[in-house]
Design a protein around this ligand. Structure first.
Ligand code: ADP
Length: 225
């Protein structure tokens, strides 16, 4: 693929301290993620998937090795700069959707724009366009409780994409969905990622995901297979 990598991991090691012990979560991971790519990260529980998501999401730092975002080494960034990068370039999607129950669908999607002070007229336009793109414009004024699981995850996709991030990090996004709904949600992520040029990094045990991704990366004991 002749494209610029949006995210690169080079020789990344990460260990956690657990009492007296050091748990080696990642042991020399090299990974490049291209713009618009839907990358599936698979592997058994404890293999290091969440650790990779936390590093790619700039939530945690590597012990050794480099994590590059859009050509910038995250090591060179201060905590404040990391926070700004995370806020402006990364979207997050969770297994349990994490929508705000007292906000309508439109308000949930709008929230990241509201927080960064985007003018109201522009917010309205962008929220309407995102909701249309995920097929939920008719549910804009509903509360999340009134929606099915698949619809809620589509709201979460719209919310993750509203700030036009370069990367969307998704942790087991289909784990609480039935098969048919999970397929639809994955197709939507792929379509929206390709359309917006956002890379999706999705950690999952889900076989269906691996069939619908552009590339599969398997982890075992903190190493890529
Ligand atoms: P996965 O997401 O594939 O289940 P993780 O990245 O959560 O894997 O975990 C990788 C390894 O690191 C496991 O051995 C896990 O027990 C350990 N680990 C993860 N987080 C912590 C932590 N905060 N403290 C101690 N050990 C941890």
């Amino acid at each position: 693929m002749n494209q610029t990598a949006i995210m690169e991991l080079h020789g990344v090691h990460k260990a956690y301290r657990l009492g007296e012990h050091l748990v080696q979560a990642l042991r020399g991971v090299d990974l490049q993620i291209q713009r618009g790519e839907l990358l599936a990260l698979t592997g058994p529980s404890g293999s290091g998937k969440s650790t990779i998501l936390n590093l790619c999401g700039l939530i945690d730092r590597a012990d050794t090795g480099d994590v590059m975002i859009n050509g910038v080494n995250s090591k060179s960034l201060t905590e404040r700069q990391l926070t700004i990068q995370r806020r402006d370039t990364i979207g997050f999607i969770f297994q349990s959707f994490n929508l705000v129950p007292v906000m309508t669908v439109a308000e949930n999607v709008d929230y990241p724009l509201f927080l960064t002070g985007v003018p109201l007229a522009e917010r309205k336009e962008r929220v309407a366009a995102q909701l249309k793109a995920v097929g939920l414009h008719e549910h804009a004024q509903h509360l999340p409780d009134a929606l099915s699981g698949g619809q809620r995850q589509r709201v979460a996709i719209a919310r993750a994409l509203i700030k036009r991030p370069s990367i969307v990090i998704a942790d087991e996004p289909t784990a609480s969905l039935d098969s048919h709904t999970a397929d639809q949600v994955l197709d939507l992520m792929r379509e929206r990622g390709h359309a917006e040029g956002a890379a999706f990094i999705i950690a999952s045990h889900d076989e269906r995901l691996t069939r619908r991704s552009d590339r599969i990366v398997a982890l075992l004991d903190g190493k890529l297979q």
